[in-house]
Design a protein around this ligand. Sequence first.
Ligand SMILES: [Zn+2]
Length: 374
Amino acid sequence: MTNPKFVRYACLLVLALSACQTAERATPFAITIAPTESARIAVQSSTSVPTADLSTLTPTPTATATVTDTPTLTPTATATRTATPTLTYTPSATVEIGALPTKTGDVVQGPPTWTPPPDNPAVQIADHYRFARPISDGGVNWADRTYPYGGTSGGRLQVHHGIDLVNPTGTPVLAAADGKVVFAGNDLSNQFGAHTNYYGNLVVIQHDAPSPEGLPVFSLYGHLDRVEVDNDQRVARGTEIGKVGASGIAFGPHLHFEVRVGNPFDFGATRNPELWVYPFARFGTLAGQVTDASGTLLHEATLQVRSTDIQRYAFTYADDSVNGDPTFAENFALGDLPANYYEVSVTDNGRVRFRETVYVYPNRTTWIQVQLKP
Ligand SMILES: [Zn+2]
């Protein structure tokens, strides 16, 4: 920084110097020579003394004082603000389920009371978590990640209209919310899936609260070993309604859990249950859209989602037989993520087509828009 006093002194010096120079140049006009008597006589006797009319001379400026109004500043410090902490990832070699809770007691039993500011204000987060986990305490209460809603398990299976909770035969199955049983039995003559004898023994419950768009909401429990409720029976959340089995088309014992909105018999009326089941405490859901560079939704794109602790994969919906939620219009959702920073990436033959770090908030859905580079 230039010292203003120094500038002032420097200017004074410049002005003084210029005054001195002016005085020197002016000397021919100001000095009065006292000639000696003989010289004066000589001058007087001469007739060829040049007579210059000094008054016609125009003085030439000899110095210019320049005042600089705008001092030139040199920044001495840089202010840097980093919005997103830098993460150091330690990728694990295998896909891990991670430390998921096993007790339904960890389920948040009500709407979240803390709502952090949306990380993407362009998206209205309209969570409608209203279902508890449908497996009794001690069982596996999260979705099989290899076959999520809308997935095909790498093309090996039909597009999935629900989520699978893999548990041994006989594990108690619980009503996910209060409601009334609208179907209890097998699907040999009533079609609920792609064809009859698809979900085997199943229970369908109509819940008391309608969907955000005002339509009736149903939960469906398929492949049961035993059905323990009757049609029209009222059930409360947590009521045991049957046991896990492998009836219908199932490779092994598990609960197939679905959410349907509108018509309970319509195989095309499903929604992603991960947007309806309460996250475990301190867990959240990541949902979003994956599009190509022109904005077209992509089918069966694979996203890698990893934090310092876990690594998961999400897959976009394989076709239009499954639905994005009207409030989100997502084409993928990944539940049961511990609240944390995650790197979300899409790679294609080793080439990164998308990579972004996102914080997944607890007890809510965090939105991400994934547009792949061409
Ligand atoms: Zn299933």
